[in-house]
Design a protein around this ligand. Structure first.
Ligand SMILES: O=C(O)c1ccccc1NCC(=O)[C@H](O)[C@H](O)COP(=O)(O)O
Length: 261
């Protein structure tokens, strides 16, 4: 049993409750945000920094990271810093996030927004759209190949981009399909919570070139980014390193400035 088993078991209960409160038909009516902006994948392809900055209050591996910030300030700060996109954790129990955080981020900035969630049901994809996301995360470790296909195709039909996350070669091999836009390698081992950028380096060689490669978790310095770029990565998802500071936007700005020098 790893943390993902606990999270997905809780998620199934939560999604069933939400479906009872807001039926799909009602959610579909509240899909308000049809945005005409450059996609996250396109931004990553042309960016020199490739930073996707995350809003993350707490996590299973680190407990509380920062409870003293509001999403509006963080979103505006990240936009001002010049990040390519913002990731918003919407899980409440393990990460202290919410769908309201996503909605607030949407109202506060024009960045492509990733709904960072443990998606196990189509309902959450329609929710992502209704609450202003541009991108969803699918985690190969908790989904079958059929679910990845079904969920990514639904996302594409809603004009949402898909970031597929893998931790190892088996997950990658089962997941590669045309309905994905970006392939993320999570450097965090979810059994031990240890992070190793070697996970990204090793898997980079077998990710087909047609996908934008994103390295996720445990990035806190600019040097590893230069190395990961040599392995073909265009995107770098960073949460704790910015969120643990008093002003995540200012931290992201300084980080990007250092990267671009
Ligand atoms: O962050 C965790 O402890 C964690 C535990 C279990 C499942 C997922 C987890 N994190 C989600 C993420 O993917 C990260 O928030 C994201 O990649 C940013 O990571 P970091 O820069 O290390 O905060």
């Amino acid at each position: 049993m790893n943390i993902l088993d606990n999270i997905t078991a809780d998620k199934r209960k939560e999604v069933n409750l939400r479906k009872g409160l807001i039926p799909v038909s009602q959610l579909e009516h509240s899909v308000l945000f049809e945005r005409d902006t450059i996609s996250l994948a396109e931004r990553l392809k042309t960016s020199t920094s490739g930073i996707i900055a995350e809003h993350k209050r707490r996590s299973p591996s680190k407990s509380i990271i920062n409870n003293n910030l509001n999403v509006q300030d963080v979103a505006r700060g990240y936009e001002d810093a010049g990040v390519c996109g913002m990731s918003v954790l919407t899980d409440g129990k393990y990460f202290g996030g919410s769908l309201d955080d996503l909605l607030t981020a949407r109202a506060s900035c024009n960045l492509p927004l990733l709904r960072k969630e443990f998606i196990i049901d189509e309902y959450q994809i329609i929710e992502a759209k209704a609450y202003g996301a541009d991108v969803i995360l699918l985690i190969a470790a908790i989904l079958s190949k059929e679910e990845i296909k079904q969920f990514s195709e639904l996302a594409k039909s809603l004009n949402l981009d898909v970031l597929l996350e893998v931790h190892n070669e088996a997950e990658l091999q089962k997941s590669i399909m045309p309905s994905l836009d970006m392939l993320g390698v999570n450097n965090r081992n979810l059994k031990t919570f240890e992070v190793s950028l070697d996970t990204s380096k090793n898997l980079s060689q077998i990710i087909p070139d047609d996908f934008v490669k994103v390295s996720e978790s445990g990035i806190s310095a600019i040097e590893p980014i230069s190395v990961l770029k040599d392995y073909g990565f265009r995107g770098f998802l960073i949460g704790e390193n910015f969120m643990k500071t008093e002003n995540p936007g200012a931290s992201a700005k300084a980080f990007i400035k250092a990267l671009e020098q």
